[in-house]
Ligand binder design. Structure first.
Ligand code: FAQ
Length: 317
């Protein structure tokens, strides 16, 4: 087959909603775009453990500690699925991780904000996991098979994360005046950064049209952001909390909640590495990675030992 006919065949498969699998032919740019997006997503899951991990030793009860531990551990698992999905495209996990540790790789802007109270743990589960789920629910239908399948499992777990966050918020908002204030303060600080998670506005998103054309992204950044706002506003009302947006208004014709302007300068400064916790996050990842070298070494030695044992067993048969 010529390059042109392969390309034609590939476009036809995308149009028919067929999944593209690792051994199938794909344009090199489709592969590069997927590695970029999946690796950024994997890094987000791993760096995303840090703000909540900060509260594991300070969770207010054993029950809270157990569910927070389980949640943070799930995020590590999501990172593993996603690095695995990137590897099916020929990427080397070590290279991807080295780029993150070197400060050259992107991960979600949201994880560069500090988690300063227990209310932040509630709001991360409620809003950040919900935003991730809105985005990832669409990705379960994306054209690349391993990514779509990873998203199905991840969304099931994110749903539990969202519920544990909402439950924390429900308890705080129905609690003492100090607890209510803590819940409101957390919402005030995390609302706008959560809206930024969906990426720049459509007209400033360089990758969207290509990715939507290939059915990697199924909806645009602004469409997903709107979907999230429409979900979150009634939830905040049910929690009796105020969304910190004086311009938020419901469009009576469409039923959509329309937000006021987002501070994109803040978003850009985070992408340039100047957010409140950018340096701290990378430093923390570096410490864990280099401090954990002995674990990787031990795991490799054990794997080698098992391989030799199996070879000996085969020889003795
Ligand atoms: N933060 O043209 P676009 C989670 C970059 S998982 C940082 O719109 P695209 C779970 C973008 O990379 C959260 N950078 O790009 C959890 C690009 O840079 P580049 C992560 C951002 O790819 C919960 C440039 O701006 N989810 O939270 C951000 O079409 C709780 C131009 O942007 C995913 O990764 C941002 N927010 O759309 C864990 C989902 N937005 O590469 C722990 C998969 C944009 O040219 C606790 N990814 N950029 O240098 C996606 O859906 C897409 O990649 C978007 C960006 C929507 C993130």
């Amino acid at each position: 087959m010529t390059e042109a006919s392969r390309q034609f065949d590939f476009e036809g498969r995308i149009a028919r909603d067929e999944k593209i699998e690792p051994n199938d032919w794909m344009p090199s740019r489709y592969r590069r775009q997927l590695v970029r997006m999946i690796s950024q997503h994997a890094h987000s899951e791993v760096v995303g453990m840090l703000p909540e991990g900060n509260w594991i030793t300070r969770a207010p009860s054993l029950r809270r500690k157990i569910s927070l531990l389980a949640k943070v551990q799930d995020e590590a698992g999501h990172g593993l699925y996603l690095y695995g999905a990137a590897e099916t495209l020929g990427a080397e996990r070590e290279d991807l991780i080295n780029r993150l540790l070197g400060g050259d790789a992107r991960y979600s802007s949201i994880f560069n904000y500090p988690s300063v109270t227990w209310g932040d743990v509630g709001v991360i589960g409620w809003l950040v996991d919900q935003a991730a789920m809105v985005n990832q629910t669409m990705l379960t239908k994306c054209s690349y098979g391993p990514y779509a399948r990873a998203m199905i499992q991840i969304c099931k777990e994110e749903n539990f994360h969202k519920r544990q966050g909402m439950e924390i918020m429900a308890v705080l908002s129905a609690g003492t005046s100090a607890q209510r204030a803590m819940a409101q303060d957390a919402l005030d600080r995390w609302w706008w950064p959560t809206l930024m998670m969906f990426g720049p506005p459509d007209e400033e998103s360089p990758h969207s049209s290509e990715l939507i054309g290939w059915k990697v992204k199924m909806k645009s950044n602004d469409e997903l952001r709107q979907w999230f706002v429409d979900l979150a506003v009634p939830q905040a009302e049910a929690l009796d909390l105020q969304i910190p947006d004086p311009e938020l208004v419901r469009d009576s014709k469409t039923g959509h909640w329309i937000s006021g302007p987002i501070n994109w300068d803040e978003f850009r400064s985070i992408l340039e590495g100047e957010g409140p916790c950018n340096r701290e996050r990378i430093e923390s990842r570096r410490e864990s990675h280099f401090g954990g070298a002995w674990v990787r070494e031990a795991a490799r030695a054990y794997e080698e030992k098992c391989r030799k044992k199996k070879a000996l067993e085969r020889e003795s048969l």
